[in-house]
Design a protein around this ligand. Structure first.
Ligand code: IMP
Ligand code: MG
Length: 176
C-alpha cells in the first residue's frame, strides 16, 4: 500500500462522522417524502456512495457530470456538464438534492442549479462535502455543508489531480 501519497488533511474518521450527521439531517428533513439525490461525477462518487448508504428515506438516484478544471488545478470558469441532457421526467415535480464534492469558485454550482431548475423540480437543494470560501467568485446557497476549508488544493476521497488520488480514503494535501 502506498501510504506516502498525500499528507492527511481530513481523516477518514472525520469524514465518516460528518456524513453520519448529514444523513441524520436528511432523514429528518425529507421524512415521509421521496428524494431524488443527484451525484455530480466524478469527484462526488465516494461521498455519494457513503451518504446514500446511511439514508433510510425513499430515495431515487441520478448521476450527472460536470467538469471545470481541465487537467490543472486552476478553474477555467467554463463548466462542461450533461445536466441539460437529462430526461425531464426524472426531475420534474421531484425533491432534488445535488451532491457535490467541493464548491470552489461557485461556477459549477450555478451551472448545475440553473440546469436542474429548467426541469421544474418540486424542491431543489444543494449539499457539498467541502467549501473553500476564499475562492468564491459568485454567490452560492449551500443547504448542507460538511467541511469549510482553507484555500488549499486537496485530493482524495473522490477528488483528483489529473485523475490521480481519487481512491484515497481520506482528504489530503499533495506532497509537492
Ligand atoms: P468550482 O466550479 O470552481 O466551484 O469548482 C468545483 C469543482 O472543481 C469541484 O467539483 C472539483 O471537481 C474541482 N475542485 C475545486 N477545488 C478542488 C481541489 O482543491 N481539489 C480537487 N478538485 C477541486
Ligand atoms: Mg475534479
Amino acid at each position: 500500500m502506498n501510504t506516502n501519497k498525500a499528507e492527511v488533511y481530513i481523516t477518514a474518521e472525520q469524514i465518516e462522522e460528518k456524513i453520519s450527521i448529514l444523513a441524520k439531517k436528511l432523514n429528518k428533513d425529507y421524512a415521509g417524502e421521496q428524494l431524488t439525490i443527484v451525484c455530480v461525477l466524478k469527484g462526488s462518487f465516494m461521498f455519494f456512495a457513503d451518504l446514500v448508504r446511511k439514508l433510510d428515506i425513499d430515495v431515487r438516484t441520478q448521476f450527472i457530470t460536470a467538469s471545470s478544471y481541465g487537467s490543472g488545478s486552476k478553474s477555467s470558469g467554463a463548466v462542461k456538464s450533461n445536466v441539460d441532457a437529462l430526461n425531464k421526467d426524472v426531475i420534474e415535480g421531484k425533491n432534488i438534492l445535488i451532491i457535490e464534492d467541493i464548491v470552489d469558485t461557485g461556477h459549477t454550482y450555478h451551472r448545475i442549479m440553473n440546469g436542474i431548475k429548467q426541469y421544474n423540480p418540486k424542491s431543489l437543494k444543494f449539499a457539498t462535502l467541502l467549501f473553500k470560501p476564499a475562492r468564491l467568485e459568485t454567490e452560492v446557497h449551500l443547504d448542507y455543508l460538511c467541511f469549510e476549508i482553507e484555500d488549499k488544493f486537496i485530493v482524495g476521497y473522490g477528488l483528483d489531480y489529473d485523475e490521480k488520488y481519487r481512491e484515497l480514503p481520506y482528504i489530503g494535501l499533495m506532497n509537492s
